[in-house]
Structure formats: structure tokens, C-alpha cells
Ligand binder design. Structure first.
Ligand code: DAH
Length: 339
């Protein structure tokens, strides 16, 4: 019996030694320790032996089993460590090799224009307020004194997401949001996307606006003109002239539109300004007392002005972009030029 087991161990040892990888080692394991192995067969015979011989016999088989397991384990470790060594050599990285260059992204021209304008206005003492793209009728229309039957409220002009849920049609909503939560004095600007049901060569359904709001005691129309002139001169330079034309907005009274001299031809007339010498900058006016009252600000005590302008057209002028659609097509060849 002892002899038989010794031979078995010797054979197992030889088989283990000749295993070249984990797969072969696994085969050796199942051959010597598996269900159909000799050791297992001997173990099963245990029951057929006389009772007094069983412990001795069982012990020997177990010892033999342990011996084979030990051999397998040692070989397993050896194989693993040599696989590790091979990998170390094979996967060696030369850290002195030059790296692969990663392209640097660039800011979108609209973001660039926004940042330039933001810098100028922060320099003039404004704080930046956040608004929401998704709004309700109160903030987009009612509180801004827009009549129930105003055409801007129509489905053809405004994107409704549900009953009383819409995509804001202008950043003037930020005026209401700020006045609801802040007491005067207020001096804020707010940037963001605005949405209208418009889509052609010169209109995009999603565009960008900047809103300005100043509320304090004793603010008048001359303060507004002063501020807007200062803003234009900081943005386009001292020599660019401005003019103010009467206009109508439901949320301001009186209302005006401001034009700047064409930044391309300095007012001489060119294709950008359609030979008029002027470019429309945005709308402005003294905040209507109805708007102040809608947000609980005493219109007897406080007055203020507001101003709103589109960013997309300004970005086109700043960077000489001939077609509005180029701003939204995301052609990488065009965007890269702003890196
Ligand atoms: N909300 C207006 C629009 O989208 C622009 C505007 C006009 C904003 C006059 C103002 C303002 O703050 O006072 O056309």
C-alpha cells in the first residue's frame, strides 16, 4: 500500500514538474486529485476494509493527497511569478519617450463674447444673477406687464412644455427672479439661452441674451443713457457713437432701442450695417411701475432701468462671422479658430 502511494506521489511530482502553464497544471490536478483519480478511488474503497484497518489506511491516503496538493501549490506559485516576470519585461514602459499631444479645446465664440461683455459689466459694478431656461407665464409674461392677448404668448412664438411651463422667450425673466428675492439697491446682469419659435437664415430658435437691471432711489433715464454709453465705449472703444430711438416694451416706460455705429465701417456704411451706418444693440427703458408692484417693490420710492441685448449678433460682429448658422453648426474647423 505504502509503495503504491509513493509511486503515485512520484508520478504526480513528475507531472507537476513538466506542466508548462496554468492550464496544464489544472489538468494534472484533476488527474491526481479529481473525482476519477486513483486517490479518490482508494478513498472510496475505505468502506470495504475491515474496521480496524480503516484509520491507518485513511491517514495514508490523506497524507498522499496533502503531498500532491503541496506540489501543485508550489508549482502554481512558481508559474505565477514567472508569468509576472515575463509581463514585467514585455510590458515595460519607456517613461522617457515623448508623450502623445492632446488637442486643447477652445471656447465657443458666443461664450467668448459673453465673457468679454461680462468682464466689462462687472468692471462697471454689476453682479451676475442666474436665471432659468424653463419658466412659467408669471415670470416670462405676467410680471413683465405683458397683456393676456399679447402675440408673444402665442404658440407660434413661444415654446410651451406644458400648461404654464415654457422655455423663456427672453432673459427679462431674470429681472423678476432677482426682484422677488432681493431688495433694492439692485445692479445685476444675467446671461443665458432664450427660445422662440423662429427658424430661418437670420433667426435661430435658441439664441442668447444679456439682461441688465438697476433699481434704486432716484434712478432716471439719463442714468440709463450714461450707463449704456459707458458700456458701449468700454466694449467697442471711445470713438463708436450711439443713438437712442423711442420704442415700446410692455415692461418699460418709456422704452427705447439703442443703436451703435457700425463697428466694421465706423458708421460710413457697409454690408454689415446694410449701408445705414448703425447696428441695433438692444432694448432698454425705465422699469414700468407695474413690474415693480408685481414683485412687491414700492414704485413711489424706487425707480430703475433695464436693458436687454442679443449676444449672437454681437459675437458675429466681434469675430467677423458672416452667417448666424455657423454659430450652431459646430463645425470643428470653424471652432478651432477660437483656440
Ligand atoms: N426682453 C426684450 C426682448 O427680448 C429686450 C429688452 C427690452 C430687455 C427692453 C429689457 C428692456 O430689459 O428694458 O426683446
Amino acid at each position: 500500500m505504502k509503495d503504491k502511494l509513493d509511486k503515485l506521489i512520484a508520478a504526480a511530482s513528475e507531472a507537476v514538474a513538466s506542466a508548462k502553464d496554468q492550464i496544464q497544471l489544472q489538468q494534472v490536478k484533476s488527474c491526481y486529485l479529481g473525482k476519477k483519480s486513483e486517490l479518490n478511488r482508494l478513498m472510496k474503497q475505505l468502506g470495504t476494509l475491515p474496521r480496524e484497518e480503516r484509520p491507518e489506511f485513511g491517514k495514508k491516503i490523506n497524507l498522499a493527497k496533502q503531498e500532491v496538493e503541496k506540489l501543485l501549490k508550489a508549482k502554481d506559485e512558481e508559474l505565477k511569478s514567472s508569468a509576472y516576470q515575463t509581463a514585467l519585461v514585455k510590458d515595460k514602459i519607456d517613461v522617457t519617450m515623448p508623450g502623445r499631444k492632446l488637442g486643447k479645446g477652445s471656447l465657443h465664440p458666443i461664450t467668448l463674447a459673453e465673457r468679454i461683455i461680462e468682464d466689462v459689466l462687472i468692471g462697471l459694478g454689476f453682479e451676475v444673477a442666474e436665471g432659468f431656461d424653463v419658466e412659467d407665464e408669471f415670470h416670462n409674461f405676467d410680471a413683465l406687464n405683458t397683456p393676456e392677448d399679447h402675440p408673444a404668448r402665442e404658440l407660434t412664438d413661444t415654446f410651451y412644455l406644458g400648461k404654464d411651463v415654457l422655455l423663456r422667450t427672453h432673459t427679462s425673466t431674470a429681472q423678476i427672479r432677482v426682484m422677488e428675492t432681493h431688495k433694492p439697491p439692485i445692479r445685476i446682469i444675467s446671461f443665458g439661452k432664450t427660445y422662440r419659435n423662429d427658424n430661418d437664415a437670420s433667426h435661430s430658435p435658441a439664441f442668447h441674451q444679456i439682461e441688465m437691471l438697476v433699481i434704486d432711489e432716484g434712478i432716471n433715464f439719463a442714468d440709463m443713457k450714461d450707463m449704456l454709453n459707458l458700456f458701449v465705449s468700454r466694449l467697442f472703444g471711445e470713438k463708436i457713437g450711439t443713438r437712442i430711438r423711442p420704442h415700446f416694451f410692455p415692461f418699460t416706460e418709456p422704452s427705447a432701442e439703442m443703436d451703435v455705429q457700425c463697428v466694421k465701417c465706423d458708421g460710413a456704411g457697409c454690408n454689415v450695417c446694410k449701408n445705414s451706418g448703425w447696428l441695433e444693440l438692444g432694448g432698454a427703458g425705465m422699469v414700468d411701475p407695474y413690474v415693480l408692484e408685481a414683485v412687491g417693490i414700492d414704485s413711489e420710492k424706487y425707480t430703475g432701468y433695464a436693458f436687454g441685448m442679443g449676444v449672437d449678433r454681437i459675437a458675429m460682429q466681434m469675430f467677423n462671422i458672416p452667417d448666424m448658422r455657423m454659430l450652431f453648426e459646430n463645425d470643428i474647423r470653424m471652432l478651432r479658430q477660437f483656440g
